[in-house]
Design a binder for this molecule. Structure first.
Ligand code: G1P
Length: 293
């Protein structure tokens, strides 16, 4: 069996971000900052660390600023150069993807995650790809997608990342059933999107990172709407799992759902405390604030 390298990643960024109004009236939720970088930058960094070479953004109306963010800001860089601001200049150039390694397509209608992924089919073509949901920002010494690529390079097939959630909250997520062990994960026996309370096969939820084979696109093409009347990726993956191997990678780090206010605030605190330039001036103040609770 030849295992094709995962070179491309899909980042669905068409969501409206209604939970963050009024901020998201003009700023896409993916551009809200965790400390001093937009949320989307954390997710792209994770993909880069996993060896991803091409980024496919599935965007929507009012998201053009994401495309600008990943482009060169010529006037700004010239100004920084003229003023001798070398640190800021190299920060910008280090973060900028190489020319020709980004693609943008539009979802047009909010028909669900499965539909967003399907919109990238022509750009991805006939090769395995990674999918990263940008709301989920992760923190661990082995970046989540890197751990998954390591498992994929050994097992092939499809790999999705899972982690524990409060058993009371399984109805909010895609949940998997646990089969025999494979590497740092296990075979998946079942997948269900937003199971009714008390009907989840486990408390391991799909946390927003996937490595999928391109056959998923043909299935998505015919996929009927599921939970929430949306075209669900989980339903299409369940069909693909009848034909191909599906493994779960058990992520053991921290995940912050930056699409929700609590997760976004916690991400800011956690990443600020990790920074040598910020921790000294905020740590004591955080403690004092917490003591007042
Ligand atoms: C999506 C997926 C779900 C996954 C979740 C992770 O749901 O459909 O399987 O568990 O992301 O955040 P959504 O959050 O779009 O409802």
């Amino acid at each position: 069996m030849t295992i094709k390298k995962v070179r491309k990643a899909i980042l669905p960024v068409a969501g409206l971000g209604t939970r963050f109004l009024p901020a998201t009236k003009t700023v896409p939720k993916e551009m809200l900052t965790v400390v001093d970088k937009p949320v989307i930058q954390y997710v792209v960094d994770e993909a880069v660390e996993a060896g991803i070479e091409h980024f496919v953004f599935v965007t929507g109306r009012n998201k053009a600023v994401i495309e600008d963010y990943f482009d060169i800001q010529f006037e700004l860089e010239q100004l920084l150069r003229d003023r001798g601001k070398r640190t800021e200049l190299s920060l910008l150039s280090d973060l900028r993807p190489m020319a020709g390694t980004t693609s943008f397509t539009r979802q047009q209608e909010p028909l669900g995650l499965g539909h967003a992924v399907w919109c990238a089919r022509d750009i991805v073509g006939n090769e395995p790809f990674a999918l990263l949901l940008p709301d989920m920002v992760m923190k661990h010494e082995t970046p989540c997608l890197k751990g998954m690529v390591d498992l994929y390079d050994h097992a092939g097939g499809n790999v999705i990342s899972v982690e524990e959630c409060d058993p009371e909250l399984t109805y909010k997520y895609g949940i998997v059933g646990i089969g025999e062990p494979v590497g740092e994960g296990f075979r998946i026996t079942e997948m269900v999107e937003k199971p009714p309370r008390g009907e989840a096969p486990s408390n391991l939820f799909i946390n927003g990172r996937y490595i999928l084979q391109p056959e998923i696109f043909e299935i998505l093409e015919r996929q009927e709407p599921g939970a929430g009347n949306e075209i669900q990726l989980t339903d299409a993956m369940l069909k693909l799992a009848n034909e191909q191997d599906f493994a779960a990678y058990h992520f053991k780090g921290e995940t912050y759902d930056c699409g929700a206010k609590d997760g976004f605030i916690l991400a800011n605190v956690a990443f600020a405390l990790q920074r040598d330039d910020i921790r000294p001036s905020v740590a004591e103040k955080f403690k004092a604030l917490a003591a007042k609770l």
